[in-house]
Design a protein around this ligand. Structure first.
Ligand code: HAM
Length: 429
């Protein structure tokens, strides 16, 4: 009787492996992101994945979906309450304060890349572990900073190959105009509470602005005619928004004003925005962000204006696949495969492999295999242009067989000429 196989263990719901064949697209996006952000003077920062839970409670805000429902919390043996970061912004602000960045020349421009965790209901484009590319500017209160952030983000998406994007944008004012707006929303929604979903009934008490962008049909019908934040902005907020839109016009960034865009995080002031694709198959935001002029102070720093964005890398990949975006081939795709047969050939092939690798020729081999047939099969699968075959005989005579994988033509060449020959022939491929 064959032994019973142990039950396989699956990855955690909403969390995925990134397999070798997907690494190319990941590298491509991350490289583009780093290169454009560094061109614009952003510095990279890595922050820990675990933070004190109260960092997120105080910044993102109790009453938000992220804090109330979606945090992965844990208690350490020492009794600390920690959380797997659900985003970067709060961590960057903590780091900005902790490392005395207020003394650095301003603006301080930071970016980071890495996994974030939200315990939501996984579905197309929504995961429990996903990766963000996140960008923040500290210490610039002018609309030029908001415009710079939006412009960079759109440029990046365009360079990645996601062309037809547009910005949904809104201003939700600041402390001085927010209370008038919240009162207007309460007056509007109170007599209409029967028509909204149970979650929005709770939002009415805890986070009324989130009622605006609820996706439920009934709620959408009600929010359509809700008071608009733009009508409650004071003169400074109005001017900020007007100037920002002028910047975007000048830069040719397409946008639509969306009076229902509130975003799910409490720290925003004035500008909020999201980037969407015009392609209907892509039915989620590719990126989102906004201004948060009180957060540094709220977390114990000096009053410092800030604005930023984050984009979800998995969503970018979904969009690239839907739009059939082609990415450049890796220069590491093997152009040459080294096959060997017999003990002496095996030993010599390690040295030959190293010689070719050092000369910058993309090469692969399967040192453990003995059958030439199976090695040629691998070479074909990898798309190698040439296979070098080193048998017992060739190893003794100081030769190697060069096989053209397309024509199957084979010829004998001297081992010392291999690098030069391969170089010459690869030029014609
Ligand atoms: P957010 O809108 O919560 O903003 O997330 C930013 C982006 O992360 C989204 O546009 C989306 O691409 C991706 N994303 C969000 N949730 C998920 C999910 N469950 N699965 C897959 N992708 C997801 C923030 O995180 C803010 N911290 C952005 C920011 C930076 N605001 C100012 N500075």
């Amino acid at each position: 009787m064959p032994k019973k196989k142990a039950a396989p263990i699956q990855s955690v719901k909403g969390m995925h492996d990134v397999l070798p064949e997907e690494q190319l697209i990941w590298d491509f996006i991350i490289k583009k992101g780093r290169s454009i952000l560094e061109d614009y003077g952003f510095l990279k920062i890595d922050s820990p994945i675990l933070e004190q839970t109260n960092l997120f409670e105080r910044s993102i805000g109790e009453g938000t979906d992220v804090v109330d429902k979606e945090m992965f919390n844990l208690k350490t043996k020492g009794g600390d309450n920690l959380t797997l970061r659900p985003e970067f912004t709060a961590s960057f602000v903590r780091a900005y304060i902790e490392h005395g960045m207020s003394a650095w020349p301003h603006p301080v421009k930071l970016y980071g890349i890495g996994p974030v965790f939200r315990y939501g209901q996984p579905q197309g484009g929504r995961l429990r572990q996903f990766n963000q590319l996140n960008s923040e500017i500290f210490g610039d209160e002018t609309p030029a900073a908001d415009a710079e952030q939006i412009f960079i983000l759109c440029k990046l998406l365009n360079e990645i190959g996601i062309k037809n994007t547009y910005v949904k944008i809104n201003s939700i004012g600041d402390k001085s105009c927010r209370s008038g707006y919240i009162k207007a929303l309460k007056d509007y929604y109170r007599p209409r509470l029967k028509k909204v979903c149970p979650t929005c009934k709770t939002r009415f008490k805890k986070n009324i602005m989130r009622m605006l962008d609820c996706g439920e049909e009934g709620c959408r019908a009600v929010s359509e005619s809700a008071p608009q934040a733009l009508d409650y902005l004071d003169i400074e907020c109005k001017n900020h928004f007007k100037l920002l839109l002028e910047f975007l016009d000048e830069a040719g960034v397409p946008y639509i004003l969306d009076h229902r865009l509130a975003r799910g995080l409490d720290y925003y002031t004035r500008t909020v925005f999201e980037i969407w694709s015009e392609d209907e198959q892509i039915n989620f935001a590719l990126a989102g962000g906004g201004r948060y002029d009180y957060l540094v102070e709220l977390l114990g720093g000096y009053k410092t204006s800030a604005c930023g964005w984050a984009m979800g890398i998995e969503r970018i990949i979904l969009a690239m696949k839907a739009l059939e975006v082609k990415i450049p081939e890796s220069k590491h795709n093997p152009k040459v495969f080294l096959a060997q047969l017999g003990d002496l050939a095996k030993k010599k092939s390690l040295v030959l492999f190293e010689e070719l690798r050092k000369s910058g020729i993309p090469i692969q081999a399967s040192f453990g295999r003995d059958s030439i047939k199976s090695q040629l099969r691998i070479a074909n699968k990898l798309g190698a242009f040439f296979t070098l075959i080193l048998g017992q005989r060739e190893a003794l005579d100081g030769n190697v067989i060069l096989r053209d994988m397309e024509s199957s033509a084979q010829e004998l060449i001297r081992l010392e000429d291999v690098v030069e020959e391969i170089r010459k022939r690869l030029k014609d491929k």
